[in-house]
Design a binder for this molecule. Structure first.
Ligand SMILES: Nc1ncnc2c1ncn2[C@@H]1O[C@H](COP(=O)(O)OP(=O)(O)O)[C@@H](O)[C@H]1O
Ligand SMILES: N[C@@H](CCOP(=O)(O)O)C(=O)O
Length: 296
């Protein structure tokens, strides 16, 4: 049996739609795999009642197929489904690393990212890799058709998850299909600023570079209370606040020493709208890792 811990991730970071991703220190899924003649899936943990166990509908089933690595797989969900925290990706990434280890495949890590992205296609309709890349490689990742660039990053973060469900498939449908040259210029400027901020461990630059006038306004409209939560986080010390992935989680990058205040300001602002939420105080995390391995 092989057991892997695979982290939640936050994709887009505002200006990097389908390109930027960050591994989070927590929460995480835990995936157990045992060799078997055919793939079976059992799901436990947070929101497990919303996750299909049929391998054709679970991201993990697509990964086992792509690696030709049938197994008895148990997913212990720590990342709530439909959260905007890469829940489906955490399972896919964890399964890719676990099955690769179980069968000694020694697949190249970038190839494992492509395999895990096949799992994402099962749930969102697109094999977008901006969650599975950081979930496997850790840190901050830039995914383009030419490959993946990874940067180590050190940021103090809050990911606040309200009791709202937003499906990634639905949230992809509201993204505009064209943009003006002004929006293009703004987006390139933001994305470049954000990348420089990551390279310099500078939360002010990262926060500034999260600005986005194209995708985020359409997604934030799906999150009741978003504007108030964003304002509350900024007043409490966040340098940048945006929709995490497709939402409904909201990600805040915090100035040194403000993370606790930002977390409680965000929870209070959702509560003022009558919405319960949970704020994860976290940082940039590592990629999926094998935690136990036994020979039976
Ligand atoms: N292993 C899995 N973990 C979580 N969700 C899964 C998994 N396999 C399939 N799903 C489905 O994917 C959807 C959640 O994925 P998605 O909308 O991308 O949310 P998230 O932003 O949390 O990844 C749900 O409909 C869920 O049933
Ligand atoms: N780039 C994707 C990311 C979706 O992230 P998730 O955590 O909501 O699955 C998108 O924005 O659609």
């Amino acid at each position: 049996m092989v057991t892997v811990r695979a982290p939640a991730t936050s994709a887009n970071l505002g200006s990097g739609y389908d390109v930027f991703g960050l591994a989070l220190g927590r929460p995480a899924d835990v995936i157990h795999v045992e060799a078997a003649d055919e793939t079976t899936i059992t799901v436990e943990g947070v929101g497990s009642e919303y996750v299909p166990e049929d391998p054709r509908d679970n991201t993990v089933g697509a990964v086992a197929d792509a690696l030709d690595a049938p197994a008895s797989i148990t997913i212990d969900k720590g990342v709530r489904p439909s959260s905007g925290l890469g829940s489906s990706a955490a399972s896919a990434a964890g399964a890719a690393v676990a099955l690769d280890t179980l069968y000694g495949l020694q697949t190249d890590p970038e190839e494992l990212v492509r395999v895990a992205a096949e799992g994402e296609a099962v749930v969102s309709g697109d094999a977008h890799a901006d969650n599975v890349a950081p979930a496997i490689l850790g840190g901050f990742t830039i995914v383009t058709p030419d490959g993946i660039t990874t940067l180590e990053a050190s940021l103090s973060l809050v990911a606040c998850l309200p009791e709202i469900v937003v499906s990634t498939r639905d949230a992809r449908a509201v993204v505009p299909s064209t943009l003006s040259i002004d929006d293009l210029v703004d987006t390139v400027g933001s994305a470049a600023t954000l990348t420089a901020g990551i390279a310099r461990d500078d939360p002010e630059l990262v926060g500034q570079g999260m600005a986005d006038t194209v995708v985020t306004p359409t997604r934030s409209a799906l999150i009741d209370g978003y504007d108030e939560v964003r304002e509350a986080a900024r007043l409490a010390g966040a340098t940048g606040v945006t929709v995490s992935g497709a939402g409904p989680a909201v990600l805040a990058v915090c100035r040194e020493g403000t993370r606790r205040a930002v977390a409680s300001a965000m929870v209070d602002a959702f509560a003022d709208r009558g919405i319960e939420s949970r704020a994860y105080q976290t940082n940039v995390g590592r990629g999926a890792e094998v935690v136990t391995r036994s020979a039976w």
